[in-house]
Design a protein around this ligand. Structure first.
Ligand SMILES: [Zn+2]
Length: 443
């Protein structure tokens, strides 16, 4: 692996941010999403208060914060959540911190939308679980588009600096990828079937996708859908003078066309900044985002990076040494560090970041070893493995539902370190072979 050293600077990054889910909406979400969580509720109610914001600015140099607006409950459930954050926006103005309304993307509460046609389906009509009590929603479904448009519009009318969409996922990611064969991924609902037929002139293959052309068409279909919806959402935000962004995850760790749905070159012009969420924080306070240097060097807009160690619910409170490491790398590589301020679990209790425990970061000198992300070219499938993959594929949505919603399975699977490690796995697949052939069917 190539390596090079980069000179460290002593000054901190010019911008710094908090990924700060808080307020009553976030407390409700944690209760909704997990089985009997123990929650330090008071800590979630401190995040948007004047003292907290002042300390965040003075200690960490915070300039930008993502704050809870909508978690994907019904409007009725969320009325008090909207009111809570909008009433506190003057606190952010007083400290010169830009607040972005965090809106949950393509998933909704299955409790609040029990009898509404909004959810993705697999080829057999099963819902696609996103977490306990939540399922993925389809970007081709007009009702889903309306719900998210309404939320972006409502937030755009309030005094936020911008609007942000998280989890902009088009259906389930594939659990296995072969060059010529990918078992069920994405969504197979009636809205997708109609839209696909209209664009490509043949029926959407509902279960697995076979052959280069079929896989390529499906990836183009998903990217085209995502770009169209994001264009509408960004237009609403921009018409109201708001900055617009989405969570990109890490486009150099997961191939976004496969695992998320978007194509970066298509959506980049719609975004006012990039927010990357990844697992670049390693053991012993190492942090390495140098694989993102091509993006950082080519970006014509601010780049915020949220580097997790294990991710939401798997990380205890970060030490000062961890914060120092995050701020140091950001200063060297020229991005804005974004520290998660919430959903830590320490000694079994959910809590937000206690800003009083944080010191101004020390920016350290020292070599940084650059690594590049090499996309993998998937191999072709074997005739013998396809039937087995087909069986697993049929079980996949039901297993996903069970591991989140069954209390015992959730404890064994979702809450285990093995699951956290699985989520950290890189899946950077070279999609060019599917996406570069002549696009004969696209309108
Ligand atoms: Zn669909």
């Amino acid at each position: 692996m190539p390596s090079s050293s980069v000179d460290r600077q002593e000054t901190g990054p010019a911008r710094a941010a908090l990924y700060a889910w808080g307020g009553p909406g976030t407390i409700a979400l944690i209760r909704h999403k997990y089985h009997d969580p123990r929650i330090d509720a008071a800590s979630f109610l401190q995040l948007y208060e004047p003292d907290y914001l002042r300390a965040a600015r003075q200690t960490l140099g915070i300039t930008d914060m993502w704050v809870t607006y909508s978690w994907g409950f019904s409007d009725e459930t969320e009325q008090s959540h909207y009111r809570y954050i909008v009433e506190r926006l003057p606190n952010f103005d007083a400290e010169g911190i830009a607040a972005y309304a965090y809106i949950q993307g393509l998933n909704l509460s299955t409790r609040d939308f029990r009898d509404v046609d909004v959810f993705c389906h697999d080829s057999r009509g099963h819902l696609l679980a996103y977490s306990r009590n939540r399922a993925l929603t389809c970007p081709n479904n007009p009702a889903v588009r309306q719900i998210i448009l309404d939320r972006v519009e409502r937030a755009s009318r309030a005094d936020f600096a911008g609007v942000f969409i998280d989890n902009f996922l088009f259906g389930l990611p594939p659990f296995l990828v072969r060059q010529d064969y990918i078992p069920f991924f994405g969504c197979a609902c009636a809205h997708c079937q109609r839209a696909f037929k209209a664009q490509f002139g043949y029926r959407l293959p509902l279960a697995e996708k076979r052959g280069m052309e079929q896989i390529g068409d499906y990836l183009r279909f998903r990217a085209h859908t995502m770009t169209g919806l994001l264009a509408e959402l960004s237009q609403v935000a921009h018409a109201n003078g708001k900055r617009f962004g989405i969570n990109l995850y890490d486009p150099y760790v997961y191939a976004p066309e496969l695992y998320i749905g978007y194509a970066l070159d298509q959506i980049a012009p719609l975004l006012d900044y990039y927010l990357i969420e990844n697992h670049s924080l390693g053991p012993r306070n190492t942090v390495n985002n140098t694989h993102l240097l091509p993006l950082l060097e080519g970006a014509d807009k601010p780049v915020f990076i949220v580097s997790y160690r294990n991710g939401i619910s798997y990380d205890g409170v970060y030490s000062q040494a961890t914060i120092n490491a995050l701020w140091s790398e950001a200063a060297v590589l020229g991005y804005a560090p974004c520290l998660k301020a919430t959903e830590y679990v320490t000694d079994g209790v959910w809590h937000a970041l206690d800003i009083a425990q944080v010191q101004p970061p020390t920016i350290r000198r020292g070599p940084v070893f650059a690594h590049t992300a090499q996309p993998q070219i998937p191999r072709t499938s074997l005739a013998l493995e396809r039937p087995l993959i087909g069986v697993i594929s049929r079980l996949y949505p039901r297993v996903a539902h069970a591991i989140f919603n069954n209390r015992l399975l959730a404890r064994i699977v979702v809450e285990s370190p093995i699951y956290a490690r699985l989520v950290r796995q890189r899946r950077f697949v070279d999609c060019s072979a599917w996406l570069t052939p002549p696009q004969t069917g696209v309108q």
